[in-house]
Design a protein around this ligand. Structure first.
Ligand code: GDP
Length: 254
C-alpha cells in the first residue's frame, strides 16, 4: 500500500510554496495604516495591543525605513505633514477588524531648527512616552550607519536602558543607509554598535542590531521578522540577537 506522500520541503499539501517567516512578516507589516496622532501622552489611546516605537535623530532615515518595512511609499510621511512633525503618529497593523499591534512613529530628535521651547516640551513628551507607555513592547532605533551612535543617541539609550536591561522593552538598532558603506565599513559599523549595546545586555534583555538599507532593501525582511515576533505573531523563541546580529553583515536576506 502506498503511504500518503508528505509535501516536498517548503511546499504545502496543496502544492503551493509555503510562505517563509520573512514573507509572512512582510505581508503583516504591509497592512500598516494610519490610526491617530497625538501631541501629548494622554491623547494616545489606551490599548492592550503591543506597541513598537520608531525613534532616531532627524535625517537618520526613519521615515524611509518605516515606509520600506510597510512597503508603502507614503505611510510615514504622514508624520511630515505640517502640524504633525512634533506628534506621535500611531499606525495599526493586522486585520482591519482585529488589529494585532501598533507602530508609533516618534519625531526625530536633534533637528537644529526647532525652537528651544518647543524642543524642550517635545523632549518631555518623548521621555514620558518611552518611560511610561505601558503597551510599549519594543523600540526600533534608527542610527545612520556612517555616523554611528551620536551623543543624542547615547542619551536616548541611557534613558531607555532600565526598561531594556530588565527585558520589559526590546531593542532593535537599524544602522541605516548601509548602501553607502563598503563591506569592511559595514562590518566595522556593526562591531562598534555591538560594543555600545553590550552595556545594556543582560540575561533578560532582547537586543538586536543590523545593517539596513531602504535603497537596496537589505535588512528589511529581517527587521520585519523581528517586529512580527515582538508582536507575538511568530512562535520563534530566538531573540533579535540570534536572528540578526549573528548573521553576516552583508547577508542579503537580513
Ligand atoms: P528621517 O528624518 O529620519 O525620517 O529621514 P528620512 O527617511 O527622511 O531620510 C533622510 C535622507 O536619507 C533622505 O534624503 C533619504 O532619501 C535618505 N535615505 C533614507 N534611507 C536611505 C537609504 O537606505 N540609503 C540611502 N542612500 N539614503 C537613504
Amino acid at each position: 500500500m502506498l503511504e500518503p506522500k508528505s509535501p516536498a520541503p517548503g511546499r504545502s499539501a496543496l502544492g503551493k510554496p509555503e510562505a517563509s517567516d520573512e514573507q509572512r512578516a512582510l505581508a503583516w507589516a504591509h497592512t500598516a495604516r494610519f490610526l491617530t496622532t497625538a501631541s501629548q501622552l494622554d491623547q494616545l489611546p489606551v490599548t492592550d495591543l503591543p506597541e513598537i516605537a520608531f525613534v532616531g535623530r532627524s535625517n537618520a532615515g526613519k521615515s524611509t525605513a518605516i515606509n520600506r518595512l510597510a512597503q508603502q511609499n507614503r505611510l510615514a510621511f504622514a508624520s511630515r505633514t505640517p502640524g504633525r512633525t512634533q506628534h506621535i503618529n500611531l499606525f495599526e497593523v493586522g486585520p482591519r477588524d482585529k488589529p494585532n499591534a501598533l507602530l508609533a512613529d516618534l519625531p526625530g530628535y536633534g533637528y537644529a531648527a526647532v525652537e528651544r521651547g518647543a524642543k524642550l516640551r517635545w523632549q518631555q513628551v518623548m521621555a514620558d512616552y518611552l518611560e511610561l507607555r505601558r503597551s510599549l513592547t519594543g523600540i526600533v532605533l534608527m542610527v545612520d550607519s556612517r555616523l554611528g551612535f551620536t551623543e543624542l543617541d547615547l542619551q536616548l539609550l541611557r534613558f531607555i536602558s532600565p526598561r531594556i536591561t530588565n527585558g520589559v522593552v526590546r531593542l532593535l538598532v537599524l544602522l541605516t543607509k548601509a548602501d553607502k558603506l563598503n563591506r569592511s565599513q559595514g562590518a566595522a559599523a556593526l562591531r562598534n554598535g555591538n560594543v555600545v549595546l553590550a552595556e545594556a545586555a543582560t540575561g533578560e534583555s532582547d537586543i538586536g542590531i543590523s545593517l539596513f538599507s531602504a535603497l537596496k532593501r537589505d535588512g528589511v525582511g529581517g527587521a520585519a521578522t523581528v517586529l512580527h515576533r515582538w508582536a507575538g505573531l511568530s512562535g520563534r523563541s530566538a531573540t533579535s540577537k540570534d536572528q540578526m546580529a549573528s548573521r553576516s553583515p552583508h547577508d542579503s536576506n537580513l
